[in-house]
Each structure stands twice: as structure tokens, then as C-alpha cells.
Design a protein around this ligand. Sequence first.
Ligand code: PXG
Length: 289
Amino acid sequence: MKIYINGKFYAKDSAKISVFDHGLLYGDGVFEGIRSYNRRVFKLNEHIDRLFESAQSIMLKIPLTKERLIKAVLETLKANKLDNAYIRLVVTRGVGDLGLDPRKCDQGSTVIIIADKIALYPEKLYRAGLVIVTVPTVRNLPEALNPQIKSLNYLNNILAKIEAGNAGCDEAIMLDSLGYVAECTGDNIFVVKNGHLYTPPQCMGTLRGITRDAILEIARKNKIAAHEHVITRHEVYISDECFLTGTAAEVIPVVKVDGRVIGQGKPGKLTLSLMKKFKELTAINGVKY
Ligand code: PXG
């Protein structure tokens, strides 16, 4: 495996960053998880744009232009000879002292690109569907740490993941501070009711997922009514179908939420059709390498 760090490639065992990097010390940095299918990077420009937006929001200077960074991602994929990959793009604040002041990280940020394989959930869960639970940990408040910032600080989501595991479930629903459904730990959530698709609006403490947007795009093209609307737990419980979307998870059905069986207790028709259409989209779309 070849890992890109600040313009050079390193073998897995020698790919190292400083213990003084504020990415490690404070989770001070931003990242993206990207996928490639058949030597095409899916929604690469969208991921790069979101990375730069996260960086802009936390006043982190990415030392490469968008064009150079895209080139670096494609070069990393080529160097690793991967046709299908999960790409982790990380930009940390860089090396500083033991105080949290980012202005002391004067050598600039560290850019890391890792391309590898990933399977977020076991294959059988894509056929059987996930059993999920609402957890006590509330999603970060947008006015404190906006979930639109894809920062290295994922403890909020990790706590929710631990709580889901403690409850014997595959994934967690996180609520926003008002008690509305926000998202899952690394996925956005959709429900289907009477043929209509619903997903929470991005202003409600959810990340504007690129997979989520791809599903909304597929819905529009196929004349499926789709709404960005606040969702309560009740609306999830009485939905006909439920599924999650994310780069790592792709599209995965949910069959039980907080002990309530969703629909017929198996992946729904519209969910299965969207999974198929998403697969078709990833096969033809994307930046070639
Ligand atoms: N919400 C959150 C909080 C996320 O972290 C998504 C939604 C889906 O967004 P995309 O753009 O990927 O459709 C994410 C995705 C993981 C993992 O292992 C997930 C993400 C990042 C890192 C790891 O599940 N982000």
C-alpha cells in the first residue's frame, strides 16, 4: 500500500505523522471519505468542494489547489492499482506545540490520502436490513460544532456508535437538540411513506451527504416525490420503508427501529429499486483514472 503524505508516497509501515500534529492532539482538521468504482471516482468534485468548505469554516488552509488535490487523489489510486477503492482524504492543522492555538502550527497543514478497501456492514445486512436504535447522545448543535463541517472530531458520532453497540444494534439514530431525527453515525436517513421519500433538511444538524444528494437526484430523474422535511421518531416508526445512505455504506435498508418493525420487516420495494439505481449511477459516473 502506498500512502500519500504532503506530496510523497510512503509504505504503510513508514507512513507516519508527528505526535505534535494538532490533528492528533485536538482532532483539529477535516476529512472526506470517497469511493471509486471501476476506475472512476464517484462525485470527486463534490467531495473536494465539501472538504474545502469544511476547511474554510475552521480557517484551515489547504496547501494545494482543488485541481492539484484532485490530481493527488488520482495519482494515489493509480499508485495503489485499485479499481474499486475507499479513499480517505485527511487534512490536519499540522505540527504545533502542546497548546491548542492553531496559529502556532506554522509549518502548515498535513495532507494525507489513503486508498484501501472497505466494507462498512457485512454483505448479508444489505439483504436482511439493519436493526437500529435511537441513542441518548444528541447530534452536535449546529451553533456549537456544525455537522456540515466534516472535522476530525468524530467523538459525538463515536459515542452514538458505542450506544448502538451496547443496545445490540447495528447503527444509531441521532436526534437533534429539538428531538427531531438528524442522521445516523456515518449515514443520512430516509423514510418512505405512501410512495414519497423523506429525509431531514441539512439545516437540522445533519451532514449534507453526497450519497443523500445522489439519491435525491435519482428520485427527481425518476419522478419519485422526494422531500427534505423534518422527521420525528413517530414518522420513522410508521414508515413503509427506511434506509440509510453514505459513501462507505452506500444504500442500506433498515427493517427495525427501536423495536418497531418497519413495513413488512424486510427491505422495501422502493429501497431495493433505489439501491439498484444507485449502483447503476456509480458504474457510469465519476472521474476516470
Ligand atoms: N453523516 C455523517 C455524520 C457522516 O459522517 C454521512 C452522513 C454520509 O455522507 P456521504 O457524503 O458520505 O454520503 C457521513 C459520511 C463510516 C464513516 O465509517 C462515514 C463517514 C466518514 C467516515 C467514516 O461510517 N461519513
